[in-house]
Ligand binder design. Structure first.
Ligand SMILES: [Fe+2]
Ligand SMILES: [Fe+2]
Length: 320
C-alpha cells in the first residue's frame, strides 16, 4: 500500500473510533475550507491544508511524498533521532524498513498537539459533564501546552528522517481513540465488584500482561483493592495529553467513581484524593501499544503483507 493511502485509511479508522459523530467532522471540514477561502497574505500562506480532510492535528506524514510503497514499518511509541539512526543502521544491515510509524507526535504533529485537546470535552460530556464547564476548565491548560511546546526544538526527528531518506508519519489521537474505545467496551461497561477485579480484567489483556511481566503492571494510585468502583470511565486515554485537574472535581460531581488513566499527574492525583475518585494508572506504554495494535490489525486486512519492526516501547500483538 502507498504511504498516502495507508495514512488516509488510518485517519478514517481514527474518526470511526472517535466519540464525535460523522456530522461533527463534516462540519469541521466545511468550516476549514470556508476559513481558507477568506484568508489572505501570510495567513493564507501558513494555512494547513491537511485540516480540510484530517481532523487530527497530531497525526500526519512528517517525511515522504506519500507515494512510497509500504510493507515493513518500524513502529515505536517515541521515535526520535536515535531511533531514526537505528532504522538507518538496520537498513544498512539488510533489514527492510519502508517507513517509521511514530506514536507520540513529532514535527508539525507535535507543534499542533494542543489543537486535539477539545476532544476531551466530548469524552467528558459522554459521562454527564456540561460542555461549558469542561471548555472553561480546558482553555487555560491548552494555552499552557501551546506555550510550552512552542518553545521546543520541534523538527529534529523529521530532519533526521529527511537526511537519511526514511519516510515517517505520526498517528497519535487516531490510535488513542482506538484504545479508548476498546477500554470503554472491555472494561468500563462490565460489572466489577472492586478495584482488584478491574486490575484482574486488565491483566487479561495481553499488552498489560506483557508489560506486567517486565515490572510495569496496571496499578491503583488512589483507592484500595477492596474499594467499590462505582461508575468506571476511561476519560484519560485520548485527547492529546492530560486534562486539567479541575476536570477531576467535575467528574466526581457528575457521579464518576473510578477513572482509568494511561498516566496521572500529581495535581490530578491530589484532586482525586480530595474528591474521593478512585484512580487506576494502566501502563502508559502498554496502553499506547494496544491502540497501535488495533490500528495495525485493521490496516493488515488491506495490506496483507504488512510487517513491523517493534522498537521504543511497542510490542506487536495481533487480535483476530
Ligand atoms: Fe497515546
Ligand atoms: Fe502516550
Amino acid at each position: 500500500m502507498k504511504l498516502e493511502k495507508l495514512f488516509r485509511r488510518a485517519v478514517e479508522i481514527g474518526m470511526k473510533a472517535d466519540v464525535r459523530e460523522k456530522a461533527y467532522f463534516d462540519k469541521y471540514f466545511k468550516k476549514q475550507k470556508e476559513k481558507k477561502k477568506k484568508l489572505d497574505g501570510w495567513h493564507k500562506d501558513i494555512f494547513d491544508d491537511e485540516r480540510t480532510w484530517n481532523p487530527f492535528p497530531d497525526c500526519r506524514i512528517i517525511n515522504g511524498s506519500g507515494n512510497e510503497d509500504i510493507k515493513t514499518l518500524m513502529v515505536g511509541i517515541d521515535i526520535e533521532t536515535p531511533e531514526v539512526l537505528l532504522a538507518d543502521r538496520l537498513r544498512e544491515k539488510g533489514q527492510k524498513i519502508d517507513a517509521l510509524f511514530i506514536h507520540h507526535p513529532e514535527g508539525r504533529a507535535l507543534a499542533d498537539l494542543e489543537k486535539v485537546m477539545p476532544l476531551q470535552i466530548d469524552i467528558l460530556a459522554l459521562h454527564g459533564i456540561p460542555v461549558n464547564h469542561s471548555e472553561a476548565d480546558l482553555k487555560p491548560r491548552m494555552d499552557r501546552i501551546w506555550r510550552s511546546i512552542h518553545a521546543d526544538n520541534l523538527f529534529r526527528t523529521e530532519r533526521a528522517a529527511e537526511l537519511l531518506g526514511i519516510p515517517a508519519f505520526c498517528c497519535h489521537t487516531i490510535t488513542d481513540n482506538l484504545v479508548w474505545e476498546f477500554i470503554e467496551k472491555t472494561i468500563c461497561k462490565k460489572e466489577h465488584d472492586d478495584l482488584s477485579s478491574i486490575i484482574d480484567a486488565l491483566m487479561k489483556i495481553p499488552e498489560y500482561a506483557y508489560y506486567a511481566k517486565k515490572g510495569n503492571p496496571p496499578i491503583i494510585v488512589n483507592g484500595s483493592g477492596g474499594n467499590r468502583p462505582g461508575k468506571i470511565v476511561a476519560t484519560e486515554f485520548t485527547g492529546g495529553t492530560n486534562g486539567p485537574e479541575e476536570q477531576l472535581e467535575a467528574q466526581s460531581r457528575a457521579g464518576v467513581g473510578t477513572i482509568l488513566s494511561m498516566h496521572v499527574t500529581e495535581k490530578t492525583l491530589d484532586a482525586a484524593k480530595q474528591h474521593h475518585v478512585n484512580m487506576i494508572q494502566c501502563s502508559h506504554m502498554a496502553s499506547d501499544a494496544i491502540g497501535i495494535n488495533l490500528l495495525l490489525d485493521k490496516l493488515e486486512k488491506e495490506e496483507k503483507k504488512l510487517k513491523t519492526i517493534d522498537v521504543s516501547g511497542f510490542v506487536r500483538i495481533k487480535r483476530s
